[in-house]
Design a protein around this ligand. Structure first.
Ligand SMILES: [Zn+2]
Length: 67
């Protein structure tokens, strides 16, 4: 039943979660570190780093979707 190499872990640290990538819709990882929320997608290399305290985007990379 474990068909995905990026299998979800139910007992993962609360500092990270699996979300749907806003770029390609695949599984992306969202990590919380202090006031920084960083989202990375292994499927399309999408990266977004956002500072919650200042509401600013620190880093953003939106690769084109190739279907
Ligand atoms: Zn993606």
């Amino acid at each position: 039943m474990n068909s995905s190499p990026y299998a979800r872990k139910s007992h993962q640290s609360s500092a990270s979660q699996t979300i749907f990538c806003p770029n390609c819709g695949g599984d992306a990882q969202r990590n919380y570190r202090s006031q920084i929320v960083r989202t990375e997608c292994v499927h399309c290399d999408y990266v977004m780093a956002f500072n919650l305290s200042t509401a600013t985007v620190l880093e953003a990379y939106h690769p084109g979707i190739m279907l």
